[in-house]
Design a protein around this ligand. Structure first.
Ligand SMILES: [Zn+2]
Ligand SMILES: [Zn+2]
Length: 181
């Protein structure tokens, strides 16, 4: 027995009835468009409207900027403890994941000696003078790692390297960044 088929009114293809959604108004109890066509239509339609919606939201944010700022500030003030705790939790979860990704991009071992215990690997700013370097490391881990992950391989390797704590200290000493010895 051959499978019953139906021609899609949109793409014109003859397809088995199972390729059509149920629609009691349609021929054979199925919709006039095939499943692929319905899905494609919904996708396009959604994209069109989500653009419209996003544009509207952007406009609203622009026009109510000051008001929203105040609202956010007062919301923060009222919920400070809970918000900070949530942010801390998020950071504790996110930071090691991002760090792992960054270390992987560097090959996971010290550039100088090959040491590969992640606990003692540090990201070193290759050409950084002392002040610049300290500034970079003072921004929080998540932001720093995200910034590194956005760089291309060549940008990353031109400016940063992975060093173990020993090699990092030796470099500081050789660069006269550390005067304690
Ligand atoms: Zn179709
Ligand atoms: Zn090393």
């Amino acid at each position: 027995m051959t499978q019953p088929t139906k021609r899609c009114a949109r793409c014109g293809e003859e397809k088995p009835l199972t390729e059509f959604y149920i629609d009691t108004r349609g021929w054979g109890g199925k919709s006039s468009w095939c499943k692929d066509c319905v899905r494609e239509y919904n996708r396009q339609n959604y994209a069109k409207h989500s653009e419209k919606y996003k544009a509207y939201a952007r406009k609203y944010r622009r026009e109510h900027n000051e008001e929203l700022k105040l609202k956010r500030a007062s919301h923060y003030k009222k919920n400070k403890v809970a918000i900070n705790r949530k942010n801390d939790e998020w950071r504790r979860k996110t930071e090691p994941l991002l760090r792992q990704q960054v270390l992987r991009r560097f090959g996971g071992k010290c550039e100088k000696c090959g040491f590969n215990d992640r606990r003692a690997l540090q990201i070193d700013h290759i050409h950084g003078d002392g002040a610049k370097e300290r500034k970079i490391h003072s921004i929080t881990g998540v932001r720093f790692y995200r910034k590194l992950l956005k760089l291309t391989d060549s940008e990353l390797n031109r400016n940063y390297q992975l060093l173990c704590a020993n090699c990092q200290w030796i470099k500081r000493f050789e660069n006269h960044e550390y005067r304690g010895i």
